[in-house]
Write a protein that binds this ligand. Structure first.
Ligand SMILES: [Zn+2]
Length: 578
């Protein structure tokens, strides 16, 4: 008798092969049989033809803090994510000296760079660790619903080893590099999936200081990367970069990869249309480097880099208006009461736009042809006719009035969509080209981060509901291909061969989905982080059950209280053939 049998499902198994009707049986947390299952199970679920897939594997999260206090890593579990990888972009909480000042320093970086409320981190993170292995132990001790894997973050390592010099981005000495390498090696030996660093000037802290490690030189990067070679290629080297000198960057990445037999996961994103050519060249470079023995894996996003503007969020188009200033520090209720007053609205929308000569900020303040109602269900691919400028003109009111009234909907909770980078084509054609490219991996959800402005943890849901089913402004993707992208492919790119497909011996991480009804909810700011911290939360509808190691953790959007999740320690081998 099996522990669980799911019968009459439409199985899309993550290998890319065509979906088929069948059953699936689970024993001891693993898939025991797929196809026609005649034996019964202690628990049986009649899928009634609904879609059965592997659980989603999200390889780019910033749950390093939240994973120590939230068993669900919300909203990951709401979107069918059963495995999360954290420690991306060089960000994380270990190692860290065991004193308040050092704790506060790391929290400030995470708050500034990833927009995770500092007060929530101060209250939520317990700091019962100093070293990276101790952090892993703390993550492991905490009961959780989904699996998490960690990576050693450069920022924390550099700050720990170099103190102020590290934080101020001074050049590392050979001794510094040796100390950092030893810490990274220890982390990998204890189960980190990899090491990550940030080389983008977009990640700033303390005003305009780029985060520790941004300008690390080749001696530091290769010196740290060398430990992966010493461990026989165990562990991944991850980075995000602006790629100002992309060839130079890719050259050292290639060398690092070949010399150490190590895989490099790099974030490949772009801002403006003129950067597109560089992106294509980098894809080409990765392919050619592969022929030379390098493993350079471009990580790409399914959405443009976007910001959701709202009254309760980090920023909205009126944030810099003089008449809005006093409201910005009020509570949600107080502010809403003020905003409802006709005289307050009139004063704010009549104000001259407080432009500041910065293209990015000025778009938020007044670039209404680039701002869109996100709508319900959310539309991440609006056309020019959908912009607030176009809609306001049609309604015969000013864009300011239109935007103000829009944000007042749903009790002042409605968000405005600003696709800031990668939307120069005014559609998702660039994103589709990137995710369809054979060499890339779907990534960049930043799950758990940028709490005041976005919720891209919902991307796996959108991949099915939009890219497979609803898209009108371009071609759609095949269901089997999309399922493979966010299960098999994401799992393999972080060294996890024990999950991601519905095959015998694999971990029984599953999603049972009502595909026709699958839909994204509207993102809204809620205040449920520790210390009442705010975050953008987006729900999903249509996940009938999400299962981790054979245990149902979510049922029709509700948490069951089960805690089958584990800390993943290191790369996981494929099950032995039965
Ligand atoms: Zn990130």
């Amino acid at each position: 008798m099996y522990d669980l049998v799911i019968r009459n499902a439409t199985i899309v198994d993550g290998t890319g092969k065509p979906g088929y009707a069948g059953d699936l049986a689970v024993s001891n947390g693993k898939i025991a049989a797929v196809g026609k299952v005649s034996d019964s199970g202690k628990k049986e679920i009649d899928a009634q033809g609904k879609l059965l897939t592997p659980g989603w594997v999200d390889v780019h999260s910033h749950m390093d803090g939240q994973a120590t206090w939230d068993p669900l890593c919300s909203p990951a579990a709401n979107h069918g994510i059963t495995t999360l990888v954290m420690g991306n972009c060089g960000i994380g909480f270990a190692p860290c000296e065991p004193n308040d000042e050092a704790h506060a320093r790391l929290i400030t970086v995470v708050e500034d760079v990833e927009d995770i409320p500092g007060a929530a981190l101060h209250e939520g993170v317990k700091w019962d660790w100093e070293s990276f292995p101790e952090y892993l132990d703390a993550v492991e001790r905490f009961p959780r619903a989904i699996d998490v894997g960690a990576q050693v973050p450069h920022c924390a390592v550099r700050t720990y080893v170099m103190g102020e010099r590290g934080a101020k981005n001074e050049l590392a000495t050979p001794e510094d590099v040796a100390s950092m390498a030893a810490i990274v090696k220890e982390g990998l030996q204890h189960g980190a999936l990899g090491f990550t660093t940030s080389r983008t000037e977009l990640h700033t802290t303390g005003g305009d200081q780029v985060m520790p490690g941004t300008y690390a030189d080749e001696a530091e990067l290769l010196g740290i990367g060398k430990v992966i070679g010493e461990l026989g290629g165990k562990g991944i080297f991850g980075l995000v970069s602006d790629f100002h000198n992309w060839e130079q960057e890719m050259d050292w990445m290639k060398r690092l990869s070949i010399e150490n037999n190590c895989q490099i996961n790099f974030v490949l994103f772009f801002r403006d249309e003129e950067d597109w050519d560089r992106v294509l060249k980098q894809l080409d470079y990765s392919r050619k480097a592969k022929a030379e023995g390098a493993q350079l894996i471009p990580h790409v996003g399914a959405r443009p880099v976007n910001i959701l503007l709202s009254w309760d969020g980090t920023i909205n188009p009126f944030s810099f208006h003089a008449n809005y200033g006093p409201l910005s520090i009020m509570s949600h209720e107080q502010r809403l009461a003020e905003l409802k007053k006709p005289e307050v609205r009139a004063a704010i929308v009549a104000e001259e736009l407080p432009l500041m000569g910065d293209a990015f900020m000025d778009t938020i303040v007044g670039g209404y042809d680039k701002l869109y109602p996100l709508g319900s269900p959310p539309n991440y691919e609006p056309g020019p006719e959908d912009s607030i400028a176009a809609r306001a003109a049609k309604a015969g009111i000013s864009p300011q009035e239109y935007c103000y009234d829009l944000m007042m909907e749903e009790g002042g909770k409605t968000v405005v969509y600003f696709p800031c980078f990668g939307y120069g084509a005014n559609d998702l054609s660039r994103q589709v080209a990137l995710i369809e490219d054979d060499s890339t991996v779907l990534s960049l959800a930043d799950t758990g981060a940028h709490c005041g402005v976005l919720c891209d943890a919902s991307i796996p849901t959108q991949m099915l509901s939009y890219y497979v089913r609803d898209r009108q402004r371009g071609h759609r993707l095949a269901l089997e291909a999309v399922v493979k992208m966010q299960t098999h492919d994401t799992a393999r790119c972080v060294g996890l061969a024990d999950r991601g497909t519905l095959e015998v011996g694999m971990k029984a991480d599953l999603n049972l989905i009502d595909f026709e009804q699958l839909q994204l909810g509207s993102p809204q700011i809620i205040f449920d982080l520790p210390a009442g911290g705010r975050r953008m939360f987006q729900d999903a509808h249509g996940y009938i059950a999400t299962i981790v190691s054979g245990e149902v953790i979510m049922e029709n959007g509700k948490y069951t209280g089960a805690v089958p999740g584990k800390l993943i320690r290191g790369a996981q081998a494929a099950p032995q053939a039965a």
